[in-house]
Design a protein around this ligand. Structure first.
Ligand SMILES: [Zn+2]
Length: 403
């Protein structure tokens, strides 16, 4: 999307200083070097040219936004159908409260949890299918990266997945990742450029709910267990771009803590070249972490951003988050870092009879809306206090944007 955002340059001198202190060390390290991270903080030697050279730097910036699962239960598409007045589906009302935020980000990422197979009728849990109007709304909102590697990608079989791939590829201005028509497509770097920064995107899923492609299917996706394939994909992507963004569908459902496997894999993804790791699948929030890269830059990991929209019905599943940060790239050295990492909590609102559900930012929500939700959800204590306490129990204060 052609987005505008005022660029804040106030901390540019700090960045340049950081760059000077770190690049010289980066030049001394090989990519696969397993040196202790602490070594990377050593000051550069006086002979390094970085202490005097400035002109080759070309610093680019972009504001990044990411959300979790776009999980379209029947009540959400039924209300969209009603709003459209009998022809098609109108999903604008559902997302209206966050539309401005998505548009204002230079680049925005979403996990499209439900498949979009246009020739098949919409369906809900446990085998989802969403109408094409939903996908068009996601595009209209300004999402740029659409991940479809998740546990519902095979809900409509291989024919459904093939249709979904074709649907997303036919949408202008967005890049779908996570599924491929054949093996040769899998390793072709997938890139999208915003503000002069080339973002390389990768989508991975830990599970497909026990469903698998027929043996003769040519379709492919990246499974989290296939670490050799993932490593190859990330390394090839890194060569073709400035910033590697990994969407990964992982972790234990309804757990607010990342598993040991998530923590292990996050470090590996970054070691292989990921700069941004966006997690989803648990349907609840999990922590955010900054991880120091081998070249001294900072990578961000959001273990789970929770649900974006859904009609799940417990307090924790209705609380998601909009992750925002700035990506800074030095084009000449390929040095990448992230700054100002903040999560703004989101609340999926329920109305009686499950119709007219709508997404709110926490700053737009209040106790009377929360009380209205308690008529249908299974958490009688749901309130502003409940939501704030829940979020503060998971996300470190430094990353929390609660106004
Ligand atoms: Zn999932």
């Amino acid at each position: 999307m052609n987005k505008k955002r005022k660029r804040r340059l106030s901390y540019l001198p700090i960045y340049i200083l950081t760059f000077v202190l770190t690049t010289s060390v980066a030049f001394l390290s090989t990519y696969n070097d397993s040196k202790d991270v602490a070594n990377l903080t050593s000051p550069p030697s006086e002979t390094e040219e970085a202490t005097t050279a400035q002109p080759r730097q070309e610093i680019l910036r972009a504001s990044f936004l990411a959300v979790g699962d776009n999980l379209i239960h029947s009540k959400l598409y039924e209300q969209a159908k009603e709003r459209a007045g009998g022809s098609g589906y109108d999903f604008k009302y559902l997302y209206q409260n966050v539309a401005e935020d998505i548009k204002n980000a230079d680049i925005a990422s979403i996990n499209q949890e439900t498949i979009i197979a246009p020739s098949k009728p919409p369906s809900t849990y446990p085998l989802f299918n969403s109408p094409p109007e939903l996908g068009k709304e996601v595009v209209r909102l300004g999402f740029d990266i659409i991940n479809i590697a998740n546990n519902h990608m095979l809900d409509k079989g291989s024919s459904g997945l093939k249709e979904a791939i074709e649907f997303w590829r036919s949408q202008d201005g967005v890049k779908m990742t996570g599924a491929y028509l054949n093996e040769s497509e899998m390793y072709v770097p997938e890139t999208i450029t915003r503000n002069g920064i080339v973002f390389g995107i990768v989508g991975i899923t830990d599970t497909t709910n026990g469903l698998s492609l027929p043996a003769n299917s040519e379709l492919r996706y990246f499974s989290a267990a296939e670490t050799d394939k993932i490593r190859r994909k990330i390394e090839l992507t890194k060569e073709a771009c400035d910033v590697v963004v990994v969407n990964i569908h992982w972790g234990n459902e309804y757990s607010t803590k990342p598993s040991e496997n998530q923590k292990f894999l996050a470090k590996k993804l970054i070691e292989w070249g990921a700069d941004i790791v966006i997690g989803h699948h648990p349907h609840v929030l999990q922590p955010i972490e900054l991880i120091r890269k081998i070249d001294g830059g900072t990578a961000v990991v959001a273990y789970s951003l929770g649900n974006f929209v859904s009609m799940q019905n417990t307090g924790p599943t209705l609380i998601g988050g909009m992750l925002r940060f700035n990506v800074i790239v030095d084009k000449s050295s390929k040095y990448v870092t992230v700054e100002d990492v903040k999560l703004e909590p989101l609340v999926m609102h329920h109305k009686k009879s499950y119709l007219n559900g709508r997404l709110y930012k926490l700053s737009q929500y209040n106790d009377s809306l929360a009380r209205e939700s308690t008529a249908t959800i299974k958490t009688p204590a749901f309130s502003m206090d409940y939501i704030k306490k829940h979020v503060k129990g998971i996300i470190s204060e430094e990353f929390l944007d609660i106004s």
